[in-house]
Design a binder for this molecule. Sequence first.
Ligand code: HEC
Ligand code: HEC
Ligand code: HEC
Ligand code: HEC
Ligand code: HEC
Ligand code: HEC
Ligand code: HEC
Ligand code: HEC
Length: 245
Amino acid sequence: MPGQVKRLLIFVVIICVLFVVSRVLLVPEGFGKYGHYRATAIDTIIALPINYAGHIVCNDCHDDIAETKDASYHQGVNCESCHGPSNDHVQSLEEDEIILPSAPRDRNQCSICHAYSPAKATGFPQIDVVTHNPVKPCISCHDPHAPDPPSVIGGCIACHRGITRTKALSAHSNIECNECHTTQDEHMVNPRAFRPDKPRSRDLCGKCHAKGATSETFTKKVDMTEHGVGYLCWQCHFPHHPEAN
Ligand code: HEC
Ligand code: HEC
Ligand code: HEC
Ligand code: HEC
Ligand code: HEC
Ligand code: HEC
Ligand code: HEC
Ligand code: HEC
């Protein structure tokens, strides 16, 4: 017999012996009882602690919330997807000390599902977390159990978003648009045919800023007979974001 065949035979014999030995010594207890499955695995799994209670049990006590949620956009989102595993809460209700599940009140929890990602289905409501009403928690505007989108913004901001946002951050933030413009109702539905007036004279600004003018809020006064004479005030100051430097 050639040497290389001998060595190959020895190798094959070793593998066969190892296989037989491992079948006898290493097969776990209960294997084969239910087919290709370790029967004792069931006991191992039963011994694991239960973390989730399932949403059906929540409905027993929190039926008002469950009812609201099931009629809302979040009908497919389980209680425990937001409140976390709550079995210890349910069990604790029969004991003295009640364990309360956490309520995710910050922006992070909502963002897990709603942060924009190009990989998500197009129809799924997504937002850019950085620019979508930053700082405030989501629940200050959206009810987590009935997250209808808040009513569509009305008023001037619907069409004059830039001006409204600019004014909101300026010294003039508390001044209504119609303090300086007169807007007909028709402008809101047919804006190009009905145009609000734009201020034409310095007196408009003088209403609040002229020396001696009485106004409800404290305002900085200027001497109208000297300050910027010959020019309209808004040739130097942005009316929607006045700056004085
Ligand atoms: C046997 C009745 C019962 C069941 C079942 C039950 N809860 Fe509660 N839950 C309570 C009670 C009672 C409170 C305390 C109410 C309070 O303090 O005003 C509570 C409070 C809560 C709170 C408030 C926490 C907070 O910070 O105020 C949350 C959230 C909550 N449960 C979620 C759940 C979830 C999720 C489930 C299902 C896994 C569930 N509960 C199942 C009775 C129940
Ligand atoms: C989308 C996430 C989300 C889901 C789903 C959700 N919750 Fe909540 N839940 C919250 C948040 C956030 C708060 C805190 C609200 C607040 O502080 O105004 C809260 C508050 C609560 C509270 C205490 C305040 C209250 O309104 O009485 C209870 C009880 C509660 N949830 C139970 C439930 C139950 C039961 C379910 C399932 C039927 C559920 N929640 C589903 C996010 C969720
Ligand atoms: C586990 C994933 C999940 C989490 C967490 C979650 N949502 Fe949702 N949200 C959904 C699903 C699913 C819908 C329904 C989408 C649909 O109808 O196509 C939805 C719908 C919404 C809508 C309705 C959007 C529309 O177009 O009308 C708003 C608003 C919303 N969620 C806000 C929130 C807020 C606020 C939180 C945090 C308290 C939150 N969601 C947490 C999954 C989630
Ligand atoms: C200051 C109020 C405010 C806050 C805070 C806020 N939202 Fe909104 N959200 C709105 C308004 C108003 C709309 C509807 C108009 C729009 O799309 O801009 C909206 C729309 C949505 C929509 C629907 C978008 C779509 O395309 O259908 C989702 C989802 C949503 N918000 C989730 C969130 C989440 C998540 C947070 C926290 C990270 C959050 N919102 C914080 C006011 C708010
Ligand atoms: C439905 C959309 C819409 C709404 C709502 C709306 N506007 Fe307008 N507005 C327009 C359009 C369009 C123009 C014309 C822009 C252009 O042609 O350059 C305009 C023009 C104006 C002008 C300039 C007029 C001019 O002659 O240049 C003023 C001032 C104005 N709007 C004020 C307001 C105020 C104040 C409100 C709220 C009370 C308001 N608008 C609400 C759409 C709207
Ligand atoms: C302090 C007075 C004042 C307030 C408050 C004010 N405006 Fe004006 N606005 C003006 C003046 C002055 C002009 C004219 C600027 C010009 O002719 O160059 C003007 C011009 C405009 C124009 C025309 C812009 C253009 O480029 O021709 C629009 C649109 C407008 N304002 C909308 C608004 C809206 C919407 C609000 C409320 C969010 C508002 N304004 C609040 C004083 C004001
Ligand atoms: C209804 C009253 C009112 C009218 C009309 C008004 N303002 Fe003001 N203005 C204020 C108030 C309130 C402030 C806030 C700062 C203060 O208390 O002086 C202010 C601040 C200012 C400032 C100072 C900003 C700073 O950084 O300190 C300037 C400049 C200014 N307005 C210009 C104008 C011009 C130009 C007009 C005309 C287009 C005008 N204002 C119309 C009430 C008014
Ligand atoms: C030729 C440009 C020019 C014109 C026109 C002009 N301003 Fe000014 N305004 C300035 C400058 C520059 C400052 C800042 C330096 C200063 O306080 O004199 C200022 C400052 C102000 C301040 C702040 C004063 C303070 O105490 O801080 C107010 C309010 C103001 N202007 C209102 C008006 C009003 C109202 C009109 C129209 C009647 C007007 N301005 C016209 C250039 C102008």
